[in-house]
Design a binder for this molecule. Structure first.
Ligand code: CUA
Length: 174
């Protein structure tokens, strides 16, 4: 009986190229994840900062509002609750909404916690988009480098007053 010749695995050269490219891309993406996590410390939001939503008044959220830290740095402490961002007393109200004035190029660090349900915080035309989950503290810094008046809105449906939950930041008294 004649020996059957062993069939040779034929891969088209284009298919081989694309196979190699696809595997290389998976490797590159995986390396990017590792580099991000360990070299650049990029982490998904985690439960590092718990806060009891029922006792926010006994935490760093005792005093709410905008605090001037010098050198154009500000801290903004707010409690999100149905259906407003509590910014503390004495914030001027214009056309039914609170307005905070900050100078141009101010760096504002938002510290926000929810007292009741899920809320969100988004600042029009700026790179900030926070989920405000009860029990967690959300923090993010933003530099306000363009003059104007910008909405800060809740973007997470939180009940019948959701569409009215917001305030304004006026930059450079524009
Ligand atoms: Cu708070 Cu929507």
């Amino acid at each position: 009986m004649a020996q059957q010749p062993q069939p040779k695995l034929e891969i088209d050269k284009y298919e081989r190229t694309y196979l190699i490219l696809a595997v290389a891309m998976v490797g590159i993406f995986f390396a990017a994840i590792l580099a991000g996590a360990f070299a650049f410390n990029v982490r998904p939001p985690d439960a590092a900062e718990f806060v009891n939503p029922l006792t926010l008044g006994q935490t760093e959220f005792t005093q709410l509002g905008l605090f001037d830290r010098g050198n154009n740095n500000y801290d903004l402490y707010s409690i999100a609750q149905m259906w407003q961002f509590n910014l503390g007393p004495g914030v001027p109200v214009e056309a039914g909404h609170q307005v905070l004035d900050i100078p141009l190029n101010a760096r504002v660090t938002f510290h926000v916690a929810s007292r009741d349900v899920n809320h969100g915080l988004f600042v029009q035309y700026h790179n900030i988009n926070l989920q405000l989950v009860p029990g967690h503290v959300a923090r993010q810094s933003v530099i306000f480098d363009r003059p104007g008046t910008f909405w800060v809105v809740c973007h997470e449906y939180c009940g019948r007053g959701h569409h009215n939950m917001g305030f304004m930041i006026r930059v450079g008294n524009a």
